[in-house]
Write a new protein. Structure first.
Length: 344
């Protein structure tokens, strides 16, 4: 809990506050709802300012020249403490030099972080309607914060570790390749495939099944609740081995489906390996050895990626996979996510 920064007013005058409380008791239900909205907005603003100023106090150096001699220099328009370096004479605040630099609505930003860390995150359009800002603003803020979630999940798997692959259809959402091609066909060549929704509309034009249009996602899960979903380039054994082995302890037990790549990976790493073809245990496979955990993770991933966000563009897929790992943890504090962005 941070103390109020220097320069902020302390408690309201007793008589004024008592009069305010008397007025509150006379409010109608509709006025109570409006008051609750105002109080929530003000609380978010204060909490965000305290978090940002607290991070600046802990760093205690100029973001421009790393000088530690700083002096208070008033406050920004949004209430953040401004500091002036006594060496380079440049001013800064808690957001300077972070991925959040240039964002002038810290209260709304904190509400968006709360949505990211919630168990029911919203789409850009829905969250924009709640915050009363543009959906493009929500998108820009979101893609700034999501990369800071890369270290959110514990990357150490032990005990019984399950591994399997899922596939996500390649997406070029927002690329405007076809728009440019139709406008300037000589300058911009036709993209290598049609837009996905056009395949069902063209009779006799089969949906492409080529492996290059399906992006492999390698998923690891253990019984401790840890989950890792990695977007890998291909399903070659060398690629999968490079993605798996740094995360798995040497005394772990590996449970997989019948893909031949896992057999070679387990042999190289010296892992005990149980194969469950189509998820079925063999006669000598213990009941505790299964791949139900990773299959359930794939089910949640499909709901998260496809149903909730309608399939993000492939170039942003890694960010959404890290968000999914955070979503799976269920114990994430939004303040932890906000501080992670401030210190990134």
């Amino acid at each position: 809990m941070f103390e109020l920064p220097a320069g902020w007013s302390s408690d309201m005058h007793h008589d004024t506050f008592a009069h305010l409380l008397e007025q509150v008791e006379q409010l109608t239900p509709r006025q109570f709802a409006e008051l609750d909205t105002v109080v929530t907005r003000a609380r978010n603003e204060v909490e965000a300012v305290l978090e940002v100023d607290g991070s600046a106090e802990s760093k205690a150096e100029c973001p421009h020249c790393s000088e530690t001699r700083l002096q208070r220099w008033g406050r920004t328009r949004t209430g953040l403490q401004r500091r002036r370096c006594m060496s380079c004479l440049r001013t800064s605040c808690g957001l300077t030099g972070t991925v959040l630099q240039g964002i002038h609505r810290p209260g709304l930003l904190l509400r968006m972080v709360r949505d990211i860390a919630s168990d029911q995150p919203s789409s850009c359009r829905r969250l924009a309607a709640q915050l009363d800002i543009s959906r493009h603003t929500v998108w820009r803020w979101r893609v700034r914060i999501l990369p800071t979630l890369l270290g959110a999940e514990t990357k150490s798997f032990s005990g019984i570790v399950e591994a399997d692959e899922a596939f996500q259809r390649e997406s070029r959402k927002g690329s405007r390749e076809w728009v440019r091609h139709h406008a300037y066909p000589t300058t911009y060549p036709a993209p290598p495939r049609l837009q996905w929704h056009l395949y069902s509309a063209k009779r006799g034009f089969p949906m492409p099944r080529a492996q290059k249009w399906r992006r492999p996602l390698l998923t690891l899960a253990d019984r401790g609740g840890h989950t890792s979903v990695q977007h890998i380039a291909n399903r070659k054994e060398s690629t999968m081995r490079a993605a798996m082995l740094p995360l798995i302890r040497g005394d772990s037990v590996l449970c997989t489906d019948g893909a031949i790549q896992y057999e070679g990976i387990a042999r190289v790493a010296g892992l005990e390996h149980f194969v469950l073809v189509k998820g079925r245990r063999g006669a000598r496979t213990p009941k505790s050895h299964h791949i139900n955990t990773v299959n359930n993770a794939h089910k949640l991933l499909r709901e998260f990626i496809r149903a909730r966000f309608r399939g993000p563009a492939t170039k942003y897929l890694d960010l959404y996979l890290r968000w999914f790992e955070l979503y799976r943890r269920k114990d994430v504090d939004y303040a932890e996510v906000f501080r992670g962005a401030l210190y990134a």
